[in-house]
Ligand binder design. Structure first.
Ligand code: FES
Length: 161
């Protein structure tokens, strides 16, 4: 279930001001996207269209860049980011079972955010901690040699259960 995004006039004018500053310098696209992600928490299509017009680029190009980099997102993310590595080393050691358990507890699929906006569940590529496979992170904290039971405990702690 997607969390509804509300964009305020204040956010929009702050963003447009930043974009004007970036336009004065070479290579304004990436800094503009960083600001958009920071100010709005994501870069939905309506913001991509504004960027395209202002920077004289196509929406397709903007969208291509936004969806290529994992640090950008097109939908609002939850307060807590739960990310399970599905890279090869983690996958062969059972990370699919870990993410399935997380999915069951949070009642969302990977890529989704809980309705209360608390958690986003993500499947990630290798995060470079293969020696600890299978690995997941919660708000950047790495959990290694995990199992569905460890995943359940970590989430239940956060849920206060
Ligand atoms: S494959 Fe998961 S950390 Fe490398």
């Amino acid at each position: 279930m997607a969390v509804k995004l509300v964009i305020t006039e204040g956010q929009l004018s702050e963003f447009k001001q930043k974009m004007l500053e970036h336009k004065q310098k070479p290579g304004p696209l990436m800094p503009t996207l960083h600001d958009a992600q920071h100010i709005f928490g994501c870069i939905p299509l309506q913001i991509q269209k504004i960027i395209a017009v202002e920077l004289g680029e196509s929406v397709a190009k903007i969208n291509g860049v936004v969806t290529f980099y994992s640090r950008f997102s097109t939908e609002p993310k939850g307060k807590h980011i739960v990310s399970v590595c599905l890279g090869t080393a983690c996958y062969v050691r059972g990370s699919q079972l870990v993410i399935d358990e997380m999915s069951k507890i949070l009642q969302i699929k990977p890529g989704e955010t809980t309705e209360d906006g608390e958690f986003t569940l993500e499947a990630s590529r290798c995060i470079g901690a293969c020696g600890l496979a299978p690995v997941f992170t919660i708000d950047g904290k790495v959990y290694g040699t995990t199992t569905p039971t460890i995943a359940r405990k970590a989430l239940q702690e956060m849920l206060g259960k």
